[in-house]
Design a protein around this ligand. Structure first.
Ligand SMILES: [Zn+2]
Length: 121
């Protein structure tokens, strides 16, 4: 089952009302995407993070602390994932039919146990 069929099942059959995209600070995946090495088959999963990093290159360059830079990239990655989810035909069609469905972008802090709500809509 791919991600889009899971999404369709959740929206059309289960009629979920909230979809949460939750990243976390200090993410090894985000770190691996930025370390300049190739990671075999997982490159496929890391590429969207690299695309996000490229897109926000100017902003990320202003952050000198490497950990803070990666944490900001975690937030931007969640932000972009919420936007690409919202653009899928499944979500677009649900909203066109006025379905009560919201997408939330969260980033979880492993160090303080807090969830930051970046975006809801
Ligand atoms: Zn992670």
């Amino acid at each position: 089952m791919n991600l889009l069929s899971v999404l369709e099942y959740a929206v059309e059959t289960l009629e979920v009302k909230h979809i949460v995209v939750c990243g976390h600070y200090g993410c090894g995946g985000v770190c691996a995407a930025m370390d300049g090495h190739m990671h075999g088959v997982v490159n496929h999963w890391l590429q969207p993070i690299r695309d996000t990093a490229d897109f926000y290159h100017d902003e990320l360059c202003t952050i000198s602390d490497p950990d803070a830079k990666l944490d900001r990239l975690c937030e931007l990655s969640v932000h972009d994932q919420v936007n690409s989810l919202a653009r899928t035909p499944i979500i677009q069609s649900a909203w066109e039919r006025s379905k009560d469905l919201r997408i939330h972008g969260w980033v979880y802090g492993l160090e303080d146990g807090l969830i930051r709500n970046l975006k809801s809509g």
